[in-house]
Design a protein around this ligand. Structure first.
Ligand code: SF4
Length: 217
């Protein structure tokens, strides 16, 4: 396939639930395939099922049905497909706010500057933390976000150490989120307050609005 076609797991319109843009209507472009296998992955269908290729123009035509929405490119891991770069350029050309959520293992060097980058950092209990590319921290600006999804106190301690070592709060917005059913939000809130951390506690909005829903949120 050329760079004008991308393998798409799903396109959907929903409420943005996991960033500084949480709460806004958002058109999601979920690209198929992933190079990681996180223990808690809730989007396995993105890489375990077959998905069709779509031309960038088809994707843009779908986006036009949702005037005013911001747009998020996510996965799977969206940076695996070369077509993501022309897609991001075209999306920026529409004048929309464009978010890119990536798993932190691949370089962000070629991502257009105006895209709001959200790095979904993989902590030890994901089983994938050794795949993180810490050089990406040098490519972020304050409009970008680093999201730690935490399953336990050990994950929390690992994240706190990274925030301190790389001075992350001065590079981007840093958020800590609990993995559903593994870490109580109240415990995470207490730890953040006790340690006076310069991070934002974030809960997954879609799990509150649509509990039990597993796709298209
Ligand atoms: S990076 Fe995301 S899509 Fe890939 S395995 Fe981890 S949670 Fe699932």
């Amino acid at each position: 396939m050329g760079e004008t076609e991308l393998k798409i797991a799903e396109l959907f319109y929903s409420i943005q639930g996991e960033s500084s843009f949480a709460g806004y209507p958002c058109f999601f472009i979920r690209l198929a395939d992933c190079n990681l296998r996180c223990t808690y992955c809730d989007t396995r269908y993105a890489y375990e099922e077959d998905h069709p290729y779509m031309h960038i123009n088809q994707i843009l035509a779908e986006l036009q049905k949702y005037p005013g929405a911001i747009v998020e490119v996510t996965g799977g891991e969206p940076l695996l497909q070369k077509g993501v770069y022309p897609l991001l350029d075209k999306l920026l050309g529409t004048g929309r706010t464009v978010l890119l959520e990536t798993n932190g293992s691949l370089s962000l060097a070629d991502v257009p500057e105006d895209v709001i980058k959200i790095i979904d950092m993989k902590c030890p209990e994901s089983g994938m933390h050794e795949h993180m590319d810490f050089d990406n921290f040098d490519l972020l600006t304050q409009k970008d976000e680093i999201k730690f999804v935490l399953s336990s106190r050990d994950d929390y301690n690992w994240a706190v150490q990274l925030v301190s070592q790389y001075n992350l709060e001065n590079r981007a917005t840093v958020t800590f989120s609990p993995v559903n059913s593994k870490l109580e939000p109240a415990n995470l809130a207490a730890w953040i307050l006790e340690d006076h951390l310069p991070v934002r506690l974030r809960l997954q909005l879609h799990t509150i609005i649509w509990p039990g829903k597993t796709k298209g949120y």
